[in-house]
Every structure is written in structure tokens, then in C-alpha cells.
Design a protein around this ligand. Structure first.
Ligand code: SF4
Length: 182
């Protein structure tokens, strides 16, 4: 299949891309993450991803737009339910790019993380797929989570200490917010 891989960051893309390539897929990519704050962190993750693409020969669109305002406007109505909105913003852009690039399906590196809500990602991916007329392929990359850490070390990639948004940066220290499902 020709697959559009949404990347949340370079480290999560290491194993995910290798896994898809090993399965024989042709993979194109997109980095679109208005959820990464503050600006210095956004730049650091974007540059780490660009460095990874150069090393791995990965062809990806890198959307160099700091999305703090866009993100906050989208989640302000219900901060505790923000992850569904966050997933949808990113997956919708990936799906649209996949259609433009003539891909058969789209997926995301978010599913390498044991800390993300996989059921929610799957549900949101399916909804976006219906809206955009392209298949969402759910891959459970979690078996490669440890490998991705090792691969990132070998490639000297920056690894972030929190999910991305300013709220998750706070939770990094507080660790108390209950998560809701759609
Ligand atoms: S915690 Fe992570 S997935 Fe949830 S809204 Fe923040 S950046 Fe997005």
C-alpha cells in the first residue's frame, strides 16, 4: 500500500517507519502538530524530525506553523476532553494530504506510545477516514516502543519529556488528570 504516515516527532517515527517499510509499504510522511508548545519545544521537535528524515531518507511534508492559537481555540470548550480534538486536528490534515498524494491509506506514529489512548485514536481515525474518503489503517506499533528509544539514541535525536500541549507539560509534574473517551 501507499501509506501517509503522520508523525508526532522523530523518535516515534524511527521504528514505525522501519516497520511499515519492512512490511513492503511505500511510505510518505507529514509532520503537522499544532499541539506542541511552547515555541522553543515546537522548533526542537520539528528540527529533530527534519534531521531524522535526512538520515532515514524519508520523504515528508513538514508543516512549519506554530499552532498555539489554533490549538487553544479548538480545545478551549472542554480542556479535559482535548485529546480527541487534538487527534482529530492532526489526523484530518494527514488524511487530506494523503488524498492529495494519491495514497491508499493514512496512519500515525502516535500508536507507538503506550501513553496514548489507542481506542480514541482508532475511533477518531475512523471518523476522519469517513469524512475524507480514505482508509485509516490502525497499526499497533507499541511492540516497537523500546526499540524506538534505542534507535533515537543511535541517531542522536532529541526525545521530549511530555506529550506536547501546555497542559501535558503541566501534567508532567502533576500527573493527575483523568482522561475521557469520545
Ligand atoms: S495530552 Fe497530548 S494528545 Fe492530549 S491534547 Fe495534549 S498534546 Fe494532544
Amino acid at each position: 500500500m501507499k501509506i501517509m504516515l503522520h508523525s508526532c516527532c522523530g523518535p516515534c517515527t524511527t521504528y514505525s517507519l522501519e516497520h511499515l517499510r519492512q512490511q513492503g509499504h511505500e511510505v510518505k510522511g507529514i509532520f503537522f502538530n499544532p499541539n506542541i508548545h511552547p515555541y522553543t519545544e515546537f522548533r526542537r521537535r520539528l528540527e529533530a524530525f527534519a534531521g531524522f528524515c535526512a538520515q532515514a531518507g524519508h520523504e515528508a511534508q513538514i508543516v512549519d506553523e506554530y499552532g498555539l492559537r489554533q490549538f487553544l481555540a479548538a480545545v478551549a470548550g472542554d480542556i479535559d476532553a482535548r485529546c480527541a480534538v487534538c487527534y482529530e486536528m492532526r489526523l484530518r490534515r494527514a488524511a487530506q494530504h494523503a488524498v492529495q498524494e494519491g495514497c491508499d491509506a493514512f496512519t500515525t506514529t502516535l500508536t507507538i506510545s503506550p501513553y496514548q489512548n489507542h481506542d480514541l485514536i482508532r475511533a477518531v481515525g475512523g471518523k476522519v477516514a469517513d469524512d475524507c474518503g480514505i482508509e485509516f489503517k490502525y497499526f499497533d506499533f507499541r511492540q516497537g516502543y523500546r526499540d524506538s528509544i534505542e534507535m533515537s539514541r543511535r541517531m542522536n535525536l532529541y526525545r521530549q519529556p511530555y506529550c506536547g500541549c501546555i497542559f501535558s507539560e503541566e501534567e508532567r509534574y502533576l500527573r493527575a488528570r483523568p482522561r475521557r473517551k469520545v
